[in-house]
Design a protein around this ligand. Structure first.
Ligand SMILES: [Zn+2]
Length: 515
């Protein structure tokens, strides 16, 4: 069976989704989970974009050991140099360099002739090869490029040392028949094509990213680029979990397989959804909450008698397990530590102490603690802000149907002083937010507020997600607590802290990268 390499770009293309802004700790956490999932290549970011991107790519390259780590660069020497500085500490430094090849991009964006584009592409691959053991080259907007021009430039960049040739459908425009033809034609036409792996990278503007990626695999692509939950700019990228499971379930047809540990899929999906704030729809293939729920009476009967009657994917395959009680009030630190490790976390003593304390206090209020609860507590701890500029110390809310909701909040400010304030609002959450805003002393605009429960039951943990605008910057934030008002306060403060943390490493408003 043919092995298909999985190239995950959740941290680069996925991170460009509107409203998504992952901090340093969150990127590291996602990279560690992608490594556990067994993706072949992690695209960790675009090192030349900003100091923040550079630092996170560097840290991921230095810590991830199983997957190969790559970073994106335009065909510009100083960007290739920046990528090298970020990636050189990795096990197998790999560069992803690109240039546009479609007439519309060459004429309007690059203002270069086709021959100049070839020269530039060859020069940058040669330059990259002086440092990087592995170089991938991408033809931006390949699917709207002249195919004979593509054949010409691909032959030259392979001669220059590129080992992977990626042909992105940058704008999500191609059809299955066309992409199959493109890959087949290039494999038949480019004389040195067997020296490189062909790669596909599809966008979902017409809802065809996954089927186009699979069509490319049929036509000989040996690498698929995708993101967890299909997140990405506009309608997003091809979703990793759908491609991986389609190749598994229909290997009789595709005769190809990935090296992924498929039962890590659900956890990876939940982690990315939680940290990015991009909710997975209930009916999403493979990872949606309804994907394995057989509600209809007739179906249910069939599934109970013989699961394959209506169920082509088993929940176990992708790591969906029933929510069982795993730990209780009397569980000790040792059992707790083992649980954390079985969930794939590598916690420091300090983190462990903090999370164990949070677990104990949760266990006092909630009868059954599930994997998902512990996962939520641990994620919260790991994804904590680098520096907590503001911290809530105490919160009290007065609410009744016949009076005005009033909140009193005690907070630590960045100077470490304790500040107390009170304010009213039309509802309890607004009263809390008005009070916190008063302590911060500057306007915090609330743009989105969402709440959900982790696991079922009346005693479930509440998770609040907010998006705010503060000091001219947008940020999202999350908070988890037993009580919805406490979770709301935490999410709000978390988002403000994120803005303040990000100000250390501002991302310059440069031209956006689309590959
Ligand atoms: Zn893309």
């Amino acid at each position: 069976m043919r092995k298909i390499n999985v190239f995950d770009t959740t941290l680069r293309d996925g991170e460009q989704s509107p409203g998504v802004n992952l901090n340093f700790e969150e990127k590291l956490q996602i990279a560690a989970q992608l490594d556990r999932l067994g993706v072949d290549i992690i695209e960790a970011g675009f090192p030349a974009a900003s100091e923040g991107d550079f630092q996170s790519v560097k840290a991921i390259a230095e810590t991830v050991k199983g997957s190969s780590v790559t970073g994106l660069s335009r065909s510009v020497k100083k960007e290739i140099d920046a990528a090298w500085e970020a990636l050189k500490g990795g096990e197998e430094p790999r560069l992803h360099v690109f240039i546009a090849t479609s007439p519309i991009h060459m004429t309007h964006k690059l203002r270069m002739t086709p021959d100049q584009v070839i020269e530039n592409a060859v020069d940058s691959v040669k330059y990259a090869k002086q440092r990087f053991p592995r170089v991938q080259w991408s033809a931006e907007d390949a699917c709207r490029s002249d195919i004979d021009f593509l054949a010409r430039i691909i032959e030259k960049v392979i001669d220059a040392g590129a080992e992977v040739i990626n042909l992105p459908d940058t704008v999500g425009y191609i059809t299955q028949e066309e992409i199959r033809h493109m890959f087949t034609y290039l494999r038949e036409t480019v004389p040195n094509i067997d020296k490189a792996i062909l790669s596909t990278h599809c966008h979902d503007d017409l809802g065809m990213a996954v089927s186009n990626s699979l069509a490319a695999v049929e036509a000989g692509a040996g690498q698929v680029e995708c993101t967890i939950n299909g997140i990405g700019e506009r309608a997003g990228n091809a979703s990793l979990e759908e491609i991986a499971v389609a190749l598994k379930i229909r290997n009789d047809f595709y005769n190809a397989e990935t090296g992924l540990t498929l039962n890590e899929i659900k956890r990876t999906s939940s982690l990315v959804s939680k940290l990015t704030g991009m909710v997975v729809p209930n009916n999403k293939a493979v990872v949606g909450d309804n994907a394995f729920a057989h509600e209809s009476g007739i179906h249910q009967d069939g599934v109970l008698k013989e699961s394959s009657t209506y169920e082509i994917i088993t929940p176990d395959l992708v790591g969906v397990s029933a929510n069982r009680m795993v730990l209780g009030k009397l569980s000790g630190r040792h059992a707790f530590k083992e649980k954390i490790e079985s969930l794939g976390y590598n916690a420091t003593e300090e983190e462990l102490n903090k999370v164990f304390k949070a677990f104990k206090s949760l266990a006092d209020k909630k009868k059954e603690i599930t994997d998902e609860d512990i996962f939520a507590l641990m994620t919260e701890e790991k994804a904590g802000e680098a520096v907590k500029y503001y911290e809530v110390e105490a919160l009290q809310v007065n609410y009744g149907t016949n009076n005005i909701p009033t909140a009193a909040v005690t907070m630590l400010n960045p100077e470490g002083e304790t500040i107390q304030e009170a304010a009213t609002g039309s509802g309890s959450v607004e009263a809390v937010y008005n009070t916190i805003e008063r302590i911060i002393g500057k306007e915090v605009k609330l743009k989105d507020y969402r709440i959900q429960s982790i696991t079922g039951g009346r005693d479930a943990l509440a998770e609040v997600y907010v998006q705010i605008e503060y000091e001219g910057e947008e940020a999202s934030g999350r908070g988890t607590a037993n009580d919805v008002l406490e979770a709301s306060a935490r999410a709000y403060i978390n988002s403000v802290n994120r803005v303040l943390n990000r100000k250390k490493w501002p991302r310059p408003k440069t031209e956006k990268i689309h590959v």
